[in-house]
Design a protein around this ligand. Structure first.
Ligand code: PAF
Length: 299
């Protein structure tokens, strides 16, 4: 596996791989890699001929007072893991490789970016789509992989890629969980033992809402109230406990179609998020990934 920092060097490597007939798979990350990232790299490895992984802690998606400074960084360990997973190219740019003080362009995905996590993290998703658009332009992959764990991000990126005619297919991989249900996340490293013990309550609340939908509940409000109460009991400062439309993220009264059950809260100073997406039709409830290839002309 080669490691490069400059976009021009990425281009050179990709041009060479394309000339040899390989399709390009791309996994953008902020590093501090865990099994969730590894599963996306394996997915890319199985579907494409040349696998690129980027590691860049993107300052533009962190607000003032957020954890940019202390976000875990482990480039050497990450590179070893990627090597063992069979990645072909690690793109690890510095700030100056991606951003210039002269940059003036901003991208905003209206209506999806200012709800749920976006309501309390103003500007966060604008920072995410800006860097993802730049990375997609540099790497020009056939497929790019994102995790369902960050469901709102996954939806926003699919919308942005479709709206801006990026030809890459956006592939969503499932959330990986610890044995007690906690979704894998680089931020789990912040949890002290007491917070780590309480943290699985987040998925516990979502799983209970899912069970009640499977049992026939179709009203969102009582399930939202149940999730919020459970999170408070476990010591979370609740940001939201919501059941929304899986494509538009609009609030729902009745649970029908593709729905996203999503919660976010702060536990012991660490912000945690988790979700489950369900397809609910007459008499059938099925857990799904929020993947919308039909949004893209290149689907
Ligand atoms: O999910 C992440 O790790 C980041 O938000 C991403 C997509 C790599 C953009 O910085």
């Amino acid at each position: 596996m080669k490691t490069v920092a400059a976009p021009r060097d990425v281009r050179g490597e990709i041009d060479r791989a394309k000339r040899s007939g390989a399709t390009i798979g791309f996994v953008p990350t902020m590093g501090a890699l865990h099994e969730g990232h590894a599963s996306l790299v394996r997915l890319a490895r199985g579907r494409t001929g040349f696998v690129v992984v980027s590691i860049f802690v993107n300052p533009k998606q962190f607000g003032a007072g957020e954890d940019f400074g202390r976000y875990p960084r482990a480039l050497d360990r990450d590179a070893e893991l990627l090597e063992s997973l069979g990645a072909d190219l690690l793109f690890a740019p510095g700030d100056r490789d991606l951003y210039s003080p002269n940059d003036r362009t901003r991208i905003s995905v209206e209506g999806l970016s200012d709800v749920l996590c976006g309501a309390s993290r103003r500007g966060h998703f604008d920072g995410v789509v800006l860097v993802v658009a730049k990375l997609l332009n540099i790497v020009r992959p056939d497929e790019a992989y994102f995790g369902q764990k960050d469901a709102q991000q996954a939806i926003i990126i699919q919308r942005m890629a479709a709206d801006l005619d990026f030809p890459a297919r956006i592939v969503i991989g499932p959330t990986l969980r610890e044995p007690d249900g906690l979704a894998m996340s680089s931020r789990n490293a912040y949890l002290d033992p007491e917070a780590r013990r309480r943290a699985p309550a987040l998925y516990g609340a979502i799983a209970e809402a899912k069970r009640r939908v499977e049992a026939g509940e179709r009203s969102a409000a009582p399930l939202e109230a149940m999730m919020e109460a459970r999170l408070r009991e476990a010591g979370f400062a609740v940001d939201y406990a919501a059941i929304v439309d899986g494509g538009t993220l609009r609030p729902l009264d009745e649970i029908r179609g593709t729905v996203l059950i999503a919660c976010a809260g702060v536990l012991g100073g660490t912000r945690l998020i988790d979700n489950a997406a369900l397809r609910v039709s007459e008499g059938a409830v099925r857990e799904v990934l929020l993947s919308f290839p039909e949004w893209s002309r290149y689907g």
